[in-house]
Write a protein that binds this ligand. Structure first.
Ligand code: NAD
Length: 479
């Protein structure tokens, strides 16, 4: 259902060199509301011309921005953080509209988390040792150069802030290419950067498709660092391109994270938290615990708890504060998730909640049923591949060695959970997992801890001190 094109905003400009300028490329991208399927706005489909202009502006700004003092950068980043704080309601409304996120979750996470992360970098910038004496050397941490930030749609502002803020803190100018589905919150962010008063060219925004704008930016000779979040397939292409150009690359890719409930853990709590974790953001979370691993003698009990918990998650209108499950971002994701579910049932899995069928009460919008799959074997497609929808698979294990083997038995290694009778037991097991983050007995998210993947889940880290260091290079002076 497409609304009258006259009713939607038609943006024709990109933020380049400190001003909104008409796009130099032809074409536009419609931005849909996933709950209504109506066109909210159109944005320019930037390509080589816009990317060239944005990278040139960033290069012109690089030397001056790289030579600013810590205090100068801190003053501007504090203004940007304050702008993000003042715009919380507008950010929430924008993400509800273009991603379809439920309003409560959007306020707490899509608007709140970027504020937390931006704030964390003020403290990190204030204390970071940009100069260090090592023996007869003084080691300088200098900006790594012009950064290309390419971001996805699933946590659209968080992923922008987690790249752009540390890059700016390190003294690097940035060209941002946001996801096609969520460019409006990226435009809002560009406005906040402008209002904060950053020098022209320090931050630039080019909207466009991945194949045109994204690929042109990742390959551009004027870019020194590519920081990418998205699919493993595109991540590999970017790493190849970056390798040819000898660019530094940071990749935050997919996941198929395991939540392991050890004997002696509180099974009911562990399963309920897992269901909430995997259904949040409609399962469109790279670090979601999409595989629940339980002792085989408690398998049926775990399945029953999960099915009961899942029944409370009813998809609905994202603008309604009661809604807990939102639509998927677009028709392609909906078709993809449904096809994984159909494939799972054909392979012998059993849906104890949800399933691939459409929801008759929600004929409009990209809605899928929150689903729990039992009788899943480790080699099934749904136990191996990232689905990126509200789908939990439950697998039984024989003993702890088997649990570790299953948890490590996918190409991914982004996150995970371990539940045990005590923290020491959980921590000992977590050391056996090939993954970048593990929450013990429901340990909460820490914005200062490095976030990133082992194996095919990525290269490098975001957040915290390690996230800042991705944008620094070192020069040693001996005397
Ligand atoms: P994607 O990897 O295609 O897109 C992510 C970003 O990369 C977007 O800005 C896109 O325009 C850009 N891009 C696409 N092709 C490019 C190219 N050749 N060169 C440079 N940039 C390019 O991801 P998607 O299509 O949005 O989602 C597909 C799957 O990716 C999802 O189903 C999910 O499995 C995974 N994903 C993971 C994350 C994560 O946080 N790890 C986020 C979003 C999607």
């Amino acid at each position: 259902m497409q609304q009258d094109a006259e009713q939607c905003e038609r943006y024709g400009d990109q933020y380049i060199g400190g001003a909104w300028r008409p796009s130099g490329d032809a074409g536009s991208i419609p931005v849909l509301n996933p709950a209504t399927e109506q066109v909210l706005a159109t944005v320019p489909a930037g390509g080589a011309a816009d990317v060239d202009a944005a990278v040139a502006a960033a290069r012109r700004a690089a030397r001056v921005w790289g030579a600013t003092t810590r205090e100068e950068r801190l003053a501007l980043l504090t203004r940007l953080r304050d702008g993000i704080a003042e715009a919380q309601d507008e950010i929430t409304r924008t993400v509800v509209a273009e991603l379809g996120a439920p309003v409560g979750f959007a306020a707490a996470v899509h608007a709140g988390l970027p504020l937390t992360v931006a704030t964390s970098y003020l403290a990190l910038l204030a204390e970071h040792p940009f100069e260090e004496r090592i023996g007869n050397s003084v080691v300088l941490a200098e900006p790594a150069g012009v950064v290309a930030a390419i971001t996805p749609w699933n946590y659209p502002l968080h992923q922008i802030v987690a790249k752009v803020v540390p890059a700016l803190a390190a003294g690097c100018p940035v060209v941002l290419k946001p996801a096609e589905d969520t460019p409006l919150v990226a435009r809002l962010f560009a406005r906040l950067v402008h209002e904060a008063g950053f020098p022209a060219g320090v931050f630039n925004l080019v909207t466009g498709t991945g194949a045109a704008a994204g690929a042109a930016l990742a390959a551009h000779q004027g870019v020194d660092v590519v920081s990418f979040t998205g699919s493993t397939t595109v991540g590999r292409q970017i790493a190849e391109t970056a390798g040819r150009g000898l660019k530094r690359v940071t990749l935050e890719l997919g996941g198929k994270s395991a939540n392991v409930v050890l004997p002696g853990a509180d099974l009911t709590r562990a399963v309920n938290v897992n269901v909430a974790n995997v259904f949040a953001n409609s399962g469109q979370t790279c670090s979601a615990w999409t595989r629940l691993l339980v002792p085989e003698d408690r398998y049926d009990e775990a399945v029953a708890i999960a099915a009961k918990a899942a029944a409370k998650y009813t998809p609905g209108d994202p603008a309604d504060p009661q809604t807990r499950v939102d639509p998927l971002v677009n028709a392609k994701q909906l078709a993809r998730v449904r096809s994984y579910l159909e494939g799972a049932l054909a392979e012998g899995a059993r849906a104890v909640a949800g399933g691939p069928d459409p929801i008759p009460e929600l004929p409009v919008g990209f809605y899928v049923r929150p689903t729990v799959l039992a009788d899943v074997t480790p080699d099934m497609t749904v136990a191996q591949e990232e689905i990126f929808g509200p789908v939990l698979v439950i697998l039984p294990y024989r003993d702890e060695d088997h649990a570790a083997e299953l948890a490590n038995g996918t190409p991914y290694g982004l996150a995970g959970g371990v539940w045990a009778a005590d923290t020491d037991t959980a921590a000992a097991f977590a050391r056996r997992l090939d993954t970048g983050q593990v929450d013990l007995n429901g340990g909460r998210f820490n914005p200062l801890a490095p976030f990133g993947g082992y194996k095919s889940s990525g290269l490098g880290r975001e957040l915290g001190r390690q996230g800042l260091e991705e944008f620094l290079q070192y020069k040693s002076l001996q005397y």
